[in-house]
Design a protein around this ligand. Structure first.
Ligand SMILES: [Zn+2]
Length: 300
């Protein structure tokens, strides 16, 4: 099934739910960055969380940046997700691995380690809204849910999962359910929802059982006045980097550095951290940047 996101409401708009399937984009990230299974799960869960959080923003162009800084061998995660359904991200150490945890599963909490979660919401103008919380478990889902409750004060249930086999990612996705103030007073409703979310717990198992997002919403909120939005939004791994941007970054190094690169390195090679694309600037490209710099200073 194609990567996609669907939205729903229940309890007269008092409950907001978003579900996402992210199998292909997680597999693309695995291939681009040559990720270990643990790194694949950690990055896939974070990208899915970012997309789920970005989906509730209003203004076109809005994006959410999620940075996980832990002391484990993964050496951090950075994800950039947009309301437009695009996401990109990388980890510090793509090869990070650990033995399975006590449950016999990928030890995502172990590779992430202890540390902090930083979330920046950028609506495209003015100051971005940013917030930091301590990591709860490093398993990502718990950490993001804790952030939503403590920082944004919205009771939230978040489930994210990535299933990696030797052939690659076979299922990935997640579900975010938020209780808005007008429904939060209904304790019985909140308790029922929490119990059902806890029972779902393993999102990838639902996907492997062939459950669609509307069916999962139905199981969760079918008796709570569920209304599923008819639009399906497509999701994809996408990075906005380009050769022009790389040249712009090289130009900022200044004339001396550029001359050095021409003489010593016969050009320059730059790799985009977010997507792994490699850009080659030739000696001629660099010489042109020096001409540009000289023209800038002559006119400025
Ligand atoms: Zn890129």
């Amino acid at each position: 099934m194609a990567d996609q996101l669907i939205r729903a409401t229940a309890a007269d708009g008092g409950i907001r739910a978003v579900g996402a399937i992210t199998t292909r984009l997680t597999e693309e990230a695995r291939n681009r960055h040559k990720l270990s299974p643990e790194a694949t799960a950690a990055l896939g869960r974070t990208m899915t969380s970012g997309l789920l959080m970005a989906s509730s923003m209003k203004r076109p162009g809005s994006r959410v940046n999620v940075r996980v800084k832990g002391d484990g061998p993964l050496d951090g995660i950075l994800v950039d997700a947009g309301l437009d359904g695009t996401v990109r991200g990388y980890v510090g150490n793509p090869a990070a691995e650990l033995p399975p945890n006590a449950k016999g599963k990928l030890d995502v909490g172990g590779v992430v380690g202890k540390g902090f979660l930083y979330v920046v919401r950028d609506i495209g103008y003015g100051y971005p809204y940013s917030s930091t919380v301590e990591l709860v478990s490093g398993e990502i889902g718990d950490d993001i849910a804790h952030y939503l409750v403590s920082s944004e004060q919205t009771p939230s249930g978040l489930i994210v999962g990535v299933f990696v086999e030797s052939s690659g990612v076979t299922s990935a996705g997640g579900l975010l359910v938020q209780v808005l103030p007008k429904a939060a007073r209904d304790e019985a409703l909140v308790e029922t929802l929490e119990a059902r979310m806890a029972a779902l717990s393993d999102f990838t198992r639902l996907m492997q059982a062939g459950k669609t997002l509307p069916e999962i919403f139905q199981d969760l909120m079918g008796d709570m006045g569920l209304s599923i939005f008819p639009e399906t939004q497509m999701l994809r791994f996408h990075c906005g980097c380009s050769f022009d941007r790389v040249l712009g970054a090289l130009k900022m190094l200044g004339q001396d550095e550029l001359e050095d690169m021409i003489v010593k390195d016969n050009g320059a090679e730059a790799t985009c951290e977010f997507c792994g694309n490699v850009y080659q600037a030739t000696q001629d490209d660099l010489a042109q940047l020096i001409v540009d710099l000289q023209m800038d200073s002559a006119s400025g």
